[in-house]
Design a protein around this ligand. Sequence first.
Ligand code: FNR
Length: 181
Amino acid sequence: MNIGLIIGSLREQSYNMKLASHITQAFSDVTFERISIGELPFFNEDLETNGDPQAVQQFKTAVERMDGLIILTPEYNGSIPGVLKNALDWGSRPVTNSVFHNKQVGIIGATPGGMGTAFAQIHLRQVLEAMRADVLPHEKLHVSRVHELCAVAEQPNTFRYVDRYVQQFIQFIQNTKGVHV
Ligand code: FNR
């Protein structure tokens, strides 16, 4: 099984990236692949007319190859970062051929703050549902005070809630393969 990881932060020392790195090492029976979004141009319908720019083609091909995606994102001013929304908008085009249509998606959000990216996750779920992605239902993972977790990252079980969410997501992919939920 191949699961793509999309990080909503371009920051080198991103906590969300650190959680993604942990995930890639925690599950030996699944291949996790980072799908980068930082080199995508700003979405502009004019750019579509001569075919997708190369970075967009690579992004879409990578998403298409995956059995599922986990998006790990910070919250910026009560919503998702613009760079993440830009990537989602590119992948959703053309609407008849969106790479997110029927794609199983899990959402993880981490912040040093106390609200665990709750607002960003509500917005992200709404955007994904508008694109007819299949978001893992019911389960949510709000990682608050993430800097404290990362400070004790080498201790066992530090990321147990992350592991549990990813395990639920893997099960979701297995249960819903080929079925639009
Ligand atoms: C933030 N941050 C933030 N945190 C939060 O919990 N709720 C918020 O609304 C915001 N808003 C916000 C806006 C902008 C423009 C920035 C740059 C930051 C703080 C944010 O959670 C923190 O910088 C994280 O460490 C960013 O995630 P990464 O880069 O560590 O993955």
